[in-house]
Design a protein around this ligand. Structure first.
Ligand code: GLN
Length: 192
């Protein structure tokens, strides 16, 4: 199974290492040609306004939208969660919202004082807490009907799933814990 990691900008390298550890073939995606060869995709953290511009310049925005509409399994972390949402608050006017998960998210929504923090999260389906590393993370302000909330902090969703789309406000690739990537791959490739 070939899993693409969008590698235009940001925190893509660690995802590749986790995916490889789990037995997947990780492919860095920078072009529509590279995208065409993958069976699943990770959209990493970074700066979502910059990634958005690079998605347009690279010609990847439309093909990614088409693959998502066809059911491509996708894991989005932090900026990836923002890009995959329906509506982005405090983004750029022209920022790409891929709409694979029916959420409204506010960029940098945790505010200045706690713009980076760590927290142990109770995650639905996992028997032990997952250590969440949050870096200028988005806050989810609306959850659509088809969205399952898998973890929250103070009542705010931080891990959500809609069909083949899994999004985290935190950085699971930084946790030395592969369980969220494993869940993603299991669902993507076995439907489990
Ligand atoms: N604050 C960033 C943004 O708006 C996201 C930060 C991250 O991905 N760690 O895109």
């Amino acid at each position: 199974m070939k899993v693409g990691v969008l590698a235009l900008q940001g925190a893509f390298a660690r995802h590749g290492a986790v995916l490889t550890r789990l037995g997947a073939t990780a492919v860095e995606v920078r072009t529509p040609e590279a995208l065409a060869g993958v069976d699943a995709l990770v959209i990493p953290g970074g700066e979502s306004t910059t990634t958005s511009m690079l998605l347009e310049w690279s010609g990847l925005a439309d093909p990614i939208g088409e693959r998502l509409a066809d059911g491509l399994p996708v894991l989005g972390t932090c900026a990836g969660m923002i890009l995959l949402s329906t509506r982005i608050l405090d983004g750029r006017q022209d920022q790409v919202a891929l709409g694979a998960v029916d959420l409204d998210v506010r960029r940098n929504g945790y505010g200045r004082q706690i713009d980076s923090f760590e927290a142990d999260l109770a995650v639905a389906g996992l028997d032990r807490p997952f250590h969440g590393v949050f870096i200028r993370a988005p806050v989810v302000e609306r959850v659509g009907e088809g969205v399952e909330v898998l973890a929250t902090i103070d009542g705010q969703p931080v891990l959500c799933r809609q069909g083949p789309t899994l999004v985290a406000a935190f950085h699971p690739e930084l946790a030395e814990d592969d369980r969220i990537h494993r869940e993603f791959l299991n669902r993507a490739f076995t439907g489990a």
